[in-house]
Design a binder for this molecule. Structure first.
Ligand code: FMN
Length: 158
C-alpha cells in the first residue's frame, strides 16, 4: 500500500502529528507540506492534517481535500485551540469529510494545539470573541506526549 501524508501547519502543531503518522505508518509512505504536495491520484491511503481557522479546516487543506479523487482511503487529523471532542472540533472534522468524494474514512483524530499568543490577543479584542477562545488556556503545551501516543495507537490499528 502506498500512503501519502499531506499537512498544513503554521506554528508546528499539526506538523508534529504528521511526523507521528510518518513514523508509524508502515510501507511506502511520503510526507509533504500541503504547499508542496503532489496530486494524490497514485496513492492508496491519504492522510490529511489541518489546523482550524474560523471553525473550519485551514483554506489550503480545504483546497487539497476537494482535489482528492473519489474512492480513496482517507485518514484525517487536526489540531485546534478548542477543547478535544468539543462540538466546534467535531463540526470542523465533519465539514472536512463533506469536501471528499465517496471516501473510505479509515479514521479521524484531533487534539488541542497551542495557539499563537498574538492571535489570542487579536481574537480577544474582537467585538464578539470566538467561542473557542475560552478553551485556549488548556491548549498550552499541546499536542503533548499523550496526544501523540493516542494518534500512534490509532494509526497502528488502521
Ligand atoms: C488565524 C487563526 C484562526 C484560528 N481559528 C481557530 C478556530 O476557529 N478554532 C480553533 O479551535 N482554533 C483556531 N485557531 C487555533 C489553531 O487552529 C491551533 O492553534 C492550531 O493548533 C495551529 O496549528 P499549527 O501549529 O499546525 O499551525 C486559529 C489560529 C489562527 C492563527
Amino acid at each position: 500500500m502506498k500512503s501519502l501524508i499531506v499537512y498544513s501547519s503554521q506554528t508546528g502543531n499539526t506538523k508534529k502529528l504528521a511526523d507521528v503518522c510518518h513514523d508509524t505508518l508502515t510501507g511506502d509512505t511520503d510526507i509533504y507540506h500541503v504547499n508542496e504536495a503532489p496530486e494524490p491520484d497514485s496513492y492508496d491511503l491519504i492522510a490529511v492534517g489541518f489546523w482550524l481557522q474560523q471553525g473550519k479546516p485551514d483554506p489550503l487543506s480545504m483546497d487539497y481535500l476537494s482535489r482528492i479523487p473519489k474512492g480513496k482511503k482517507i485518514f484525517l487529523f487536526a489540531t485546534h485551540a478548542a477543547a478535544k471532542g468539543s462540538d466546534h472540533a467535531t463540526q470542523a472534522m465533519d465539514y472536512a469529510v463533506t469536501l471528499l468524494k465517496e471516501p473510505t474514512i479509515v479514521g479521524t483524530f484531533s487534539c488541542q494545539g497551542e495557539a499563537n499568543p498574538k492571535i489570542l490577543e487579536k481574537a480577544k479584542g474582537k467585538p464578539q470573541p470566538p467561542a473557542w477562545l475560552k478553551d485556549a488556556p488548556q491548549a498550552v503545551g499541546h499536542p503533548d506526549t499523550a496526544d501523540m501516543n493516542a494518534l500512534k495507537q490509532m494509526i497502528k490499528n488502521i
